[in-house]
Design a protein around this ligand. Sequence first.
Ligand SMILES: C[S@@+](CC[C@H](N)C(=O)[O-])C[C@H]1O[C@@H](n2cnc3c(N)ncnc32)[C@H](O)[C@@H]1O
Length: 227
Amino acid sequence: MEKEAADVYSQENVVEKWEFFHTTKYGLKTDTLEKAVLNKLMKKLGSVTDLLEVGCGTGHFTRWFESLGLNCCGFDLSHLMLKKAKSLSPHIQSIQGDASLLPFKDKSFDVVAYTKCLEFIPDIAKALREGVRVARKGMLLGLMNGWSFREIRRNIILDMGWTPFFKHVKSYSILEIWHVMRKTFYNKHTKIYWSTTVFPKTFLFVPESSLLPLGSFLGVAVRLKES
Ligand SMILES: C[S@@+](CC[C@H](N)C(=O)[O-])C[C@H]1O[C@@H](n2cnc3c(N)ncnc32)[C@H](O)[C@@H]1O
């Protein structure tokens, strides 16, 4: 099933749709909130100079990381997504491959980031273990939150068979992520920081980011032990 999820991004129309999404009103709004959370969490990892973005897709977040002054490398399974990334930012290094086998030496980057990518990966424990191996300071995760109202809506839409899109995507709650991390590299991480954002309009008070675990976007920073 997960192979099908990754295959979605090997279709020309999906590549264009993904890039277009960021230009829509909703896309722009959520983007600002998501980046604010990632930025806040990244500061927990200490001073960062270089970053590998695994599952970088069209490079949307890679370009943003670069705008923060980081030396970035994008990595993705899909040739088509990388082709688009290259056309939008030719100077950013981009490498094709699978997240579960990163072609980098141990501790090659300060931070290894995954933005909306782990949801498509069959064995996230394996992928995260690779991330830990390659990271010096920590990992930064941006995920579709499994505990959000948006997730309930997505499940209803899928159950009704209204759209097959995102059928093969697995979202995660902070508890699930915490369990995966505990199981896979407990001795290596020192601390997990997290926050969620993108709350429904129907909330009386809508925080921009919060430890309330119900926002559609879940950001997680994992600070690794210095060795
Ligand atoms: C929803 S897109 C997100 C792209 C980008 N991070 C962003 O937020 O704009 C998911 C990306 O994960 C990539 N991907 C899925 N499985 C992967 C794997 N096993 N290894 C590397 N990349 C993968 C897909 O090709 C796709 O480009």
